[in-house]
Every structure is written in C-alpha cells, then in structure tokens.
Design a binder for this molecule. Structure first.
Ligand code: LMR
Length: 390
C-alpha cells in the first residue's frame, strides 16, 4: 500500500526550519518561522506562564479528558479577550481547539459539511497553510490580490472588487490583524466598509486571528473582528494563543461561530463536538489550563499584558529602525503591523542571502521581524543592500 505513496511538497515555512537545521554556521539570522524572539534571539517562556505551570503542578488533581468542545472556563476567558467584557451571546458558539490551525480546520470542516464545495475567497499572499487546508477540507478557492507589493500597502480596492463579485453564501477568509505575511491590515474605516459589504452581499467571514496584541494592542487588534460580528449574521473566528501567550507547541486555540439564532447555535455545537471527537477526541489541556490560570488572576493578567506590550514595542522598534536605515528603502515596513513584512526580492536574492550571508527567510520574501536585534540588524541591512546591488 505504501510503496507508491507520493512525496508531498513541504510547507514553505516548515522548509525554512529544515534548511536551518542543516546549517552549522554560527552567525545565522533566522527570519523564518513566525515565533517571537527577544533581543537575544530567544523564544523564552514568560514568567507568568512558568508561574501558572507551577500553580497547575501544585493544584491540578487529574489529567482525565476534557470534553470534545474543551474547557468552558478557558473558552469564556479567551472569548472575553476577543470580544471584550459584557458580550455573552447565546447565538455564538465557542469551543476550544488545538491551536489556531485546529480551530481553522474545525471551521472549514463544518463549512464543508453545511455547504459542500463552498467557495472561499482568499486574498494573496496569505499564510502558506491556508490554501492547502481549504483544499483538504474540500472547499473551493477563489483568489484576489490583497497586497500591492510596489507600494508595500494593503490593496483595499482589489479586495472590495473581488468581494463585490462574490456570490451570496461564499466565504471570505480574512486575517483579523497583523496580516501574515504582508503586515498590512484594513484601517478602522475600511473594516467598517468591509463589514457592510460582506453583510450586504450575504458573504460569510472566516477570520484567522493569531497575533492579537502584537499590532496596535489587544483592543485595537480585535476591532475588525468586532465590527464583523456586529454587522454580519454568520461569522467564523479562529483564534490562536500561540503568539500572544508564547505557548506555540502547547496548541491553544478557540473557534467562535456566530449563528443566526439559538437553535442554529445548538446544532452547530453538536457538529463541532462531533468533528472534534472524530479528529482528536478532545483538545489538549495543558496550554489552555495555563491561559485559564493567568486570566483568572488579575495580577497575573496584568503581568501578561505588560509582557505582551513589551513584545509589541520591540517589534515596532525594529520596524522603525528598518524604515529609517539609509542603505536600502524599507520605509514601507514602518507603516505596517505585526511580526511580518515582505521584502520585494526574488528567489535569487533570497538564495544569495542564505548562501552568502546566512540569512534565512521564507521563499515568499517574508521576514519575521522579531529575528532581528541590535546585534544583527546592521548586518542584515548591509547584506540586503549588497544583494540588491549585485
Ligand atoms: C508562521 O506563519 O510562521 C506561523 O504561523 C507558524 C506556522 O506554523 O506557520
């Protein structure tokens, strides 16, 4: 059976990690996979996470299964982060999921079940896993241009033109904030327009929000999602705690589904419980328990918020340094948000940077800004300038 099984292409971001592991050079600059790095290049465990783990170690009495739709206390706590306080709504179904990817897959499988072969409008470039996941769920993809590479800016008019032609019932996959890979988001007025357009055309947003708190702040970064939830009767939101709580490998996420009424909500919940049971039975608990523990304690929550703000300010500082450098025009990076930016360079330059300068990035030209620091940023800019002059 397995003799002729086809080799599949490796995901573009997983590929960077594979290449890196085979490179023994001491001066590697890793701008690949999207994890936050501190000034020393470390993706360390925040003190609040360690404290919550210690608390769990001391007090947790059982590792028995959680329910297929997860821990309701965790779900309620992260729902509050996403929507703000005081918005419980019986038409919204929220379930714990194994990471943002797990939440996305639950949503896609539910869509495939409810509307087989549904069309999903996907702005490009996007996270390299989006299109393969949609295809794996059996959904059809229609692409449009999200990003104007010449201007380094969000292409709102292309998005509106594509959505104006979308058929009622089509889905539109949106990045809630800190667009991955382009770093370009709608502004507040554009979110408002987008929400009206989506509502008027009867489209269904599927929002991926994995960087809340790393753009402008926890509240502002969720504003677009909140506009959509206010305006549109059916919405999917896949939320990840990987970046905001530095819990990457623990797989912590949540899927929120806004349904038209309470009876639909009950049916949707039964579907999500069934999908979870069929795929992984029930979600992993440890990371969710950490998040729940932090958010249950006002002091720890404050410490977490301060840590998140420090990460955001470091990224903003790197953006400013790049934007102000005098060797190569990276001014567009100063106008963008979040962990990523796309360098307007081709495959050959990316290969030169890797081979001659030990600088690694995705083959799209996406860089993880947090991979830069005071010790390597000048070398990065100089290498980029030299490569572009060749
Ligand atoms: C990224 O875009 O690099 C992150 O979301 C990590 C991943 O799994 O791709």
């Amino acid at each position: 059976m397995l003799e002729d099984v086809a080799t599949l292409p490796v995901d573009a971001l997983v590929e960077v990690g594979q290449l890196l592991r085979n490179d023994a050079r001491a001066d590697i600059i890793d701008l690949g996979i999207g994890v936050y790095r501190d000034e020393h290049g470390r993706t360390s465990i925040p003190d609040v996470v360690k404290a919550a783990e210690l608390h769990l170690f001391r007090t947790q009495e059982s590792k028995a299964y959680v329910a297929p739709d997860g821990d309701p206390v965790f779900v309620e706590a992260v729902r509050g982060l996403l929507l703000g306080p005081g918005r419980p709504d019986a038409t919204m179904v929220c379930v714990q999921a194994p990471g943002g990817t797990g939440a996305l897959r639950l949503a896609m499988d539910l869509v495939a079940h409810a509307a087989p072969g549904a069309v999903v409008h996907l702005g490009l470039p996007s996270w390299p896993n989006h299109a393969p996941m949609l295809a794996a769920a059996g959904l059809r993809i229609a692409t449009y241009r999200h990003y104007d590479a010449d201007a380094g800016a969000f292409d709102f008019s292309s998005m509106c033109a594509a959505l104006a032609k979308a058929a009622p019932g089509d889905l539109v996959l949106l990045h809630g904030c800190c667009h991955n890979p382009s770093g370009t988001d709608p502004d507040a007025a554009q979110w408002q327009q987008l929400a009206s357009l989506i509502a008027n055309r009867g489209l269904v947003p599927l929002v991926d929000i994995a960087y809340q708190g790393l753009g402008d702040g926890l509240e502002s970064d969720a504003a677009g999602v909140r506009r959509l939830l206010d305006a549109v009767p059916e919405v999917f939101v896949a939320m990840s705690c990987s970046k905001s709580f530095s819990l990457y490998r623990e797989r912590v996420g949540m899927l929120l589904v806004k349904t038209p009424d309470e009876r639909a909500a009950a049916r949707v919940r039964s579907n999500l419980q069934s999908l979870a049971r069929l795929n992984y039975s029930n979600p992993p608990d440890h990371g969710a328990a950490i998040v729940r523990t932090i958010l249950a304690d006002p002091r720890q929550t404050l410490m977490w918020r301060i840590g998140l703000a420090a990460m955001r300010m470091r990224i903003i500082g790197i953006r400013e340094t790049l934007a102000q450098n005098e060797k190569v025009d990276l001014s567009f990076i100063g106008r963008q948000k979040g962990l990523f930016a796309m360098l307007p360079i081709g495959a050959e330059a990316i290969e030169t940077l890797r081979r001659d300068h030990a600088i690694y990035m995705a083959r799209s030209g996406r860089i993880n800004l947090a991979g830069l620091n005071d010790a390597n940023i000048d070398r990065f800019v100089a290498a980029l300038a030299a490569t572009l002059e060749r």
